[in-house]
Design a protein around this ligand. Structure first.
Ligand code: ADP
Ligand code: ADP
Ligand code: ZN
Length: 214
């Protein structure tokens, strides 16, 4: 099973991708998590990516395409994978197609988690992230057991630098301009499925499972 999670920042891609990965026993590949891990580790890639991320802009395609092409060829991806946050531009989608064609494969589904901009602003305001293990919480919709402490690993939760309201607005503009065209791209490819992302997390997951089947 090879799938892509599409959707605006805060639509619930990460939340659902983690559940899908667990249910279908496939790796969850989040380019945002990869960049944040690199920033934390002080790598050259992390330093390059940080400036763009903090400004709410996309990291240039050339910094992300090869990275994903390499990742999906690793052994743990043999039975499939779920991409979260990639592709985000048409050139990235084309690069993914090229990489897959080379290994005789193709994507099965692109799942668009549809959430209007108004809801996004509230969601992002309440998001709390664990930069150690990548878990994500929401102060109202998915609160950790102990305030500001990660249930999974016990480390402190933070508000992501790019989740401040001004940056969220910028990211939504970038989404509409550069990422939304992918809905058309994958509709034409015949693999787009849209789910209503305003439902609660369990309902959205049930809708996704209904699409993917067993
Ligand atoms: P969200 O979960 O809110 O959609 P991500 O964690 O996926 O955000 O991404 C955070 C930031 O990392 C993006 O705003 C962007 O700067 C950068 N980024 C992540 N994935 C990509 C990508 N595929 N192409 C370009 N930039 C990316
Ligand atoms: P994305 O990866 O698309 O940026 P996340 O999965 O990180 O989105 O979700 C953004 C925020 O909204 C998080 O705080 C998350 O806990 C919360 N969230 C995710 N799905 C839902 C939902 N269906 N209803 C309410 N809140 C949600
Ligand atoms: Zn954690």
């Amino acid at each position: 099973m090879k799938l892509i999670m599409l959707g605006a920042p805060g639509a619930g891609k990460g939340t659902q991708a983690k559940r899908v990965a667990e249910e279908y026993k496939i790796p969850h590949i989040s380019t945002g998590d990869i960049f944040r891990a690199n920033i934390k580790g002080g790598t050259e890639l992390g330093m390059k990516a940080k400036t763009y991320m903090d400004a709410g802009q996309l990291v240039p395609d050339e910094l992300v395409c090869d990275l994903v092409a390499d990742r999906i060829q690793q052994d743990d991806c043999a039975n499939g994978f779920v991409l979260d946050g990639f592709p985000r531009t048409i050139p990235q989608a084309e690069a993914l197609d090229v990489a897959l064609t080379k290994i005789g494969q193709k994507m099965d589904f692109a799942i668009d988690i549809d959430v209007p901009d108004e809801n996004i602003i509230t969601r992002m305001g309440g998001r709390r992230a664990c930069l150690s293990c990548g878990a994500t919480y929401h102060v109202v919709y998915n609160a950790p057991k102990v305030e500001n402490v990660c249930d999974a690993c016990g480390n402190a939760l933070v508000i992501r630098e790019d989740d401040k309201p001004e940056t969220v607005k910028k990211r939504l503009d970038v989404y509409h301009e550069q990422t939304q065209p992918l809905i058309d791209y994958y509709t034409k490819a015949g693999i787009l499925v849209s789910v209503d992302g305003t439902k609660n997390m369990d309902e959205v997951f049930a809708d996704i499972k209904a699409v993917l089947g067993k």
